[in-house]
Design a protein around this ligand. Structure first.
Ligand code: HAM
Length: 401
């Protein structure tokens, strides 16, 4: 028997109801904040992710679905949404036009990770990217938007914040960190030894308890920010305080993608288990220029839809539309034609099996219909249809034709 690939799931109508409910409401919130829908391809050139997410990241180093297509192009399934949106932004020449652009998107992402609860190889993200605003106000705006989404679904979380600085403060900081890491090198795990040479700040992301103990004495970037980054971070915190948004500053929060600078954040939920990040994001002011276009400040985030689905309570399903059932063979055609009429304004499903009234009522209940409409020999003789309102428990007949 052929089964779905490991770490990939089918989403059946029962779960899709929740999926659509989540999407509909996230979309409405994003639109309130001025974001518009963008769609980019699921396949991109591998080079895009190597350059943006970064060669030293686990995503690029270990987790990409990467292959050659028939034209010998090195391509991969997108592991995340930001890089594609930035590529599209540049290709459309928005960087040269200037101004502010705000996009939201959703869709499947692919990472060849070890599947576990809350971690899949194909999963869905809802993301938003904002281009053209340098101010910390936009950082606060993004955080506010995620908070509004999570509050809407009644999800509890902790907001973790950090500043990843910029080229000016990060370069001297990295040198200081490497010096420190060299001193404790023998105590570090193999991955951290490698990280020391590829991207030293990633050591803070290490899940090895022993490494974390040794890193407690490590120099921290948030104590070494340049004036511009320090002001940006402090102004953001002040604004969040004014809006009474609770947060924790987490100097270990370095994010698993290379493109970030200044503000980085994650929303963590205690209800999720080991994979507890429901949303993550941050600023990436240099990515547009790094990919060859005009420097454009940018910030974004993505929410994991599957992780959200774990926590969102099922919306109460409401009865809707018509169920049409025939009590005799001759009723099928008039029933079919009546259903087509109803469908102009309402939902209508038709059962093609001739059954008893009792059986049709049972089936319409199962289909969660609001009305059960049937035609039998009596109705045919009078050119009528019998309709039961399954919500109000009332009955009526209506002429057809
Ligand atoms: P990320 O932190 O890698 O960021 O992913 C965002 C969210 O996607 C996570 O918080 C989590 O909820 C969900 N997620 C990630 N991997 C998996 C997985 N294997 N299975 C299930 N859910 C997962 C990004 O992807 C950035 N592009 C976010 C961003 C947008 N930064 C700036 N703009």
């Amino acid at each position: 028997m052929i089964t779905a690939l490991r770490g990939m799931k089918d989403i059946f109508p029962t779960q899709n109801k929740k999926f659509v409910y989540i999407l509909k409401n996230m979309t409405a919130i994003a639109r309130k904040y001025g974001f518009e829908f963008v769609q980019t391809p699921i396949l991109e050139e591998t080079a895009l992710f190597i350059r943006s997410v970064g060669e030293s990241s686990d995503i690029v180093g270990k987790e990409m679905y990467r292959f050659k297509d028939k034209g010998d192009n090195d391509i991969c399934l997108r592991p995340e949404g930001t890089a594609g949106v930035v590529r599209a932004f540049i290709e459309k020449k928005y960087d040269r036009q200037g101004g502010i652009y705000r996009f939201y998107y959703y869709g499947p992402m692919f990472r060849y990770e070890r599947p576990q609860k809350g971690r899949f190889r194909q999963f869905h993200q809802f993301g938003a990217e904002s281009f053209g605003v340098k101010s910390y106000f936009e950082d606060a705006n993004m955080i506010l938007m995620i908070k509004e989404i999570l509050d809407f679904f009644d999800i509890s979380y902790v907001l973790k914040l950090n500043s990843l600085g910029c080229g000016e403060c990060m370069s001297p900081y990295k040198k200081e960190l490497v010096k420190f890491l060299q001193k404790i090198e023998n105590s570090l795990c193999q991955d951290c030894k490698r990280r020391k040479d590829t991207n030293p700040i990633r050591v803070f992301d290490c899940k090895n308890e022993n490494c974390q103990n040794f890193l407690q004495e490590a120099p921290r970037l948030n104590n070494n920010l340049c004036e511009d980054c320090d002001t940006h971070f402090k102004s953001l915190l002040e604004l969040l305080d004014k809006k009474e948004i609770k947060y924790e500053i987490d100097p270990n929060l370095v994010r698993g993608l290379d493109y970030y600078n200044k503000s980085a954040f994650e929303f963590i939920s205690g209800d999720l288990g080991a994979q507890n990040a429901v949303a993550g994001g941050g600023r990436y002011d240099k990515l547009v220029s790094y990919l060859g276009a005009k420097e454009t400040p940018a910030i974004g985030f993505a929410i994991g839809i599957e992780r959200l689905m774990e926590m969102v309570k099922e919306p109460k399903s409401q009865r809707e539309g018509y169920y049409f059932g025939a009590l005799c063979d001759e009723a099928l055609t008039p029933l079919f034609l009546e259903a087509a009429k109803v469908r102009k304004t309402d939902k209508a499903i038709v059962s093609y099996d001739v059954k008893s009234l009792k059986a049709h009522l049972k089936a319409s209940d199962k289909a969660n219909a609001k009305y059960c409409a049937v035609i039998g020999e009596d109705e045919l003789a009078k050119n009528e249809i019998w309709i039961k309102d399954l919500l109000n428990k009332t009955e009526k007949t209506k002429s057809i034709g």
